[in-house]
Design a protein around this ligand. Structure first.
Ligand SMILES: Nc1ncnc2c1ncn2[C@@H]1O[C@H](COP(=O)(O)OP(=O)(O)OP(=O)(O)O)[C@@H](O)[C@H]1O
Ligand SMILES: [Mg+2]
Length: 259
């Protein structure tokens, strides 16, 4: 029993003493945070405080910049095993599969809706034949897109609305069987209704994935966050958990710092 409780309470992801420099400029300093099962953690903070850099550090995307230097650790737990992604826990390609990322502007591939999903399924997971179609439908249902696109699967993905494109991007990320979802202001380019659909989707997905999201909206943070980390000048200056978030005054304390 104790073992079960301990496993449930282990974080899916632990960022420990993470620091990132671009050239000589410190952008993140000594950042630590954990992602817990069943929770959405939202990072808030002023523009330039390091929110996107923090997400990109988790899946080692900052390494695309040669002048970037990272120290500290990012421990990921997959199927009961955990390890530091900066110390060879898994190959980079597997890391990008296990830790999916969605950006502010939906970035669909410039080919059909169907192929946006079947290509990653075939290439990364070797799914083929009838399983491919079944899996595609299952994922599109997961993100609430199936009914909207089932009769136009061969249409170019760029003909979808912004909100539909963002859900397709989330679907593509889910296709790769991730453990952690990174979302960098996923609704920033969407209208209110499309944003509300994505928020609802995230609230459903949090039962199955560790979710780390960046938001620029206080109202959105209030609606979706189970835990809030406030970043300022590259440091976490405040962390609000369940208990704090139930306190109506708690958000007031972060408004001046983060929004
Ligand atoms: N590739 C890069 N090379 C050099 N500096 C960078 C790079 N990426 C980010 N920075 C710098 O790091 C700091 C943090 O940037 P980051 O994009 O993480 O901020 P942010 O909190 O996401 O801001 P915003 O809310 O505007 O998206 C900024 O000063 C930015 O100029
Ligand atoms: Mg950003």
């Amino acid at each position: 029993m104790e073992e079960t409780v301990r496993k449930i309470m282990e974080p899916i992801l632990s960022v420990e003493n993470l620091s990132v420099h671009f050239s000589d400029k410190p952008v993140l300093q000594d950042v630590s945070l954990s992602l817990w099962p069943g929770e959405i953690t939202v990072i808030v903070g002023p523009s330039g405080s390091g929110k996107s850099t923090l997400l990109r550090a988790v899946n080692r995307l900052n390494e695309l910049y040669p002048h970037c230097r990272t120290s500290g650790s990012v421990r990921l737990r997959i199927h009961g095993e955990s390890g530091d992604v900066y110390r060879g826990f898994m190959a980079l390609s597997e890391l990008r599969q296990r830790v999916g990322m969605v950006f502010q502007t939906p970035a669909v591939f410039p080919f059909s809706i169907q192929k946006n999903l079947t290509l990653p399924l075939q290439v990364y997971l070797g799914v083929n034949g009838s399983t491919l179609t079944e899996r595609m439908e299952e994922i599109l249902r997961d993100v609430g897109l199936w009914e909207e696109v089932k009769d136009r699967l061969r249409d170019d993905a760029t003909t979808l609305s912004g909100g539909q494109q963002q859900r397709l991007c989330i679907a593509r990320m889910l296709a790769l069987k991730p453990a952690v979802l990174l979302l960098d202001e996923p609704t920033a380019s969407l209208d209110f209704k499309s944003a509300a659909r994505i928020e609802k989707l995230l609230l459903n997905l949090k039962r199955r994935y560790g979710i780390l999201a960046v938001s620029h909206s206080l109202a959105q943070t209030r609606r979706i966050a189970d835990r809030v980390c406030v970043l300022r000048e590259g440091r976490i200056v405040q962390e609000l958990d369940h208990e704090h978030l139930r306190d109506p005054d708690a958000f007031q304390t972060i408004i001046d710092v983060a929004f």
